[in-house]
Write a protein that binds this ligand. Sequence first.
Ligand code: WQD
Length: 346
Amino acid sequence: MASKVIVTGGLGFIGSHTVVELQQKGYKVIIADNLSNSTLEVLDRIARITEQKPEMEVVDLSDRAACLAFFKAHADADAVIHFAASKAVGESVQKPMLYYRNNLDSLLYTIEGMQQGSCRKLVYSSSCTVYGQPKQLPVTEQTPRLEAECPYGNTKKISEDILTDLTKGELPADGKPFRILALRYFNPIGAHPSALIGELPNGVPGNLMPFITQTAAGIRPCLQVFGNDYATPDGTPIRDYIYVCDLAQAHVAAMEYLEKEQAVGIDFFNLGTGRGYSVLEVIESFERSTGQKLNYKITGRRPGDIEQIWADTSKAERLLGWKANTGIDQMTLSAWKWQQSLERAK
Ligand code: WQD
């Protein structure tokens, strides 16, 4: 019988792409999502891709009673993938308590919910923001985590510490230890080849890729490039952009690893491509892959931005048997096709 996986935040950008990959690998999925950053329409779109509508419940995991009731109702789950969190860097600076309350309470109550039953396998959605601006590049999983640049990144760091201490503490009453993988995402971009699911930012996009596609679609008049005076080849910041479908497939590999490796308490994996691109290189890729000319201008630096980061991905390749394999032009083109499908749907 197919393993049953609870996917919290499963209607979000990375969550929805992961649900597609899980279903296509034969997993039974139950989504918990509070719809704060998504819509129920995503459920129908997932079903159009996989021809099976995932089970789904609207639940706010930061509401302890609601969270525990949800986990009680799904105590037969074999594993949990925890995406549910607020994730806008800029918003987290403006509203830190919303981020600490939502992101930490949701994790703590999810753990409590799992402890009610016997499910102990957890894949946690972490972030490369835990590294801050690394002194050495590429970053490995042993690279020291630095001071978080924002409350969002700090909730990811604190959550990793909570999970680490959880696996070091006394065993739960049933003697079954937690087995946890924390996946540190770099910069997920792009959209499913069907253009039925993709990134759906609320309001003005904070992230680069949706701002580029909305500018090309005429929704935004001009892309601001936040600074070209960094110590990088073209002066603009460098990031490790990873195709969202490759990232989703890494979650399936993580589930299979947890199934196979009984020993792991907690482990960490960088999920990037190992190749960094500057902002101007992403713009060049977008113009090359889509044939769209992009209207942009260089402005001042964005507070909190780091200069450059990209991943050493050898650990995920070695242990998870996973490697991202999608190039930057395919990623930027998939983002544009998704934007065009949104325009058609209006
Ligand atoms: C990328 C680059 C900006 C917008 C994100 C997530 C974070 C984490 C890592 C998952 C930067 C520049 C952007 C714009 C620009 N992901 N930029 N003009 O800041 O690396 O962090 O990925 O956990 O949660 O927020 O991504 O897309 O905001 O910025 O010049 O309008 O694009 O300065 O150099 P970032 P981003």
